[in-house]
Design a protein around this ligand. Sequence first.
Ligand code: HEM
Ligand SMILES: [Ca+2]
Length: 311
Amino acid sequence: HKTIEGNGYLYPQFYDRTCPKAQEIVKSIIAKAVSRDSRMAASLLRLHFHDCFVKGCDASILLDNAGSIISEKGSNPNRNSVRGIEVIDEIKSALEQACPQTVSCADVMALAARDSTVIAGGPSWVVLLGRRDARGASLSGSNQNIPAPNNTFQTIFTKFKLKGLNIVDLVALSGSHTIGFSRCTSFRQRLYNQTGNAKPDFTLDQSYAAQLRTRCPRSGGDQNLFSLDPVSPFKFDNSYFRNLLASKGLLNSDEVLVTKNQESLQLVTQYAQNNQLFFEQFAKSMVKMGNITPLTGSMGEIRKNCRKINS
Ligand code: HEM
Ligand SMILES: [Ca+2]
């Protein structure tokens, strides 16, 4: 058996000989974590996205401030928002017990994203493995590369294209918003001052908007939580796309998928009608996102503790 080293490719059997229990360990801890806190599936899925869009899927998001490292945890998309890092820590310490310094933190997040999707009722896929962990973080990359909820369609699409993802990936992966929550502060602008002239976003269903205003006032309540998919907030299904067609997308970045681009509207319509089509594309796009510039071979390292680089 020959190992492939440093050629940039990931493959599913990477830990088959060195840590055969790795996938089981990850799965069982995710199951426990989600039974304690059902939102955790969403939070772990998002963590992988916020890692991969910054320097690739290299666990840069997990590093704490230390020495010359400025943590990505303080970026606009992550601050007061990113969750699930303690679960990654718990998985990592179990893996260090079973097979010391073998399984990367970046691979743990890729497996966690898949297992979380499955546990929430979504599709499964084979996770490609062999990513290694970065020895640095990028706060500026985290601020610049991760799309913001008030970005235009064009800006969001450009940020995906810069990561090698296309419009099909953008729409399918946005379907992640079928689970999980958003803070009031991430969409308040739509309720009161969408265009800067003190007018709400009139493309948002007006009774839904009125309902949102009750717990997301003009000022205060910034951290109040709202389900991204009020129909089935913990179930991974295609109701997110049906909400969009009913003008009930929570974030502006959700709504632009149906109001700003014909191709993306067409994809939303297809996924709203065909859950299986959505599931199949979501799985493909997750594999593609998981392949964003991984460190392989002798690049980077296998961290002992996901929060800090090995000394
Ligand atoms: C297309 C551009 C995207 C934008 C602008 C965006 C923006 C956001 C925002 C603002 C929130 C709420 C954060 C908060 O208020 O604390 C959120 C939550 C979430 N996002 Fe996205 N997102 C995008 C794409 C994605 C993708 C590609 C994924 C996964 C592959 C994803 C997964 C999630 C999940 C699961 C949540 C809920 C997290 C939780 O409840 O802890 N999003 N997103
Ligand atoms: Ca990263």
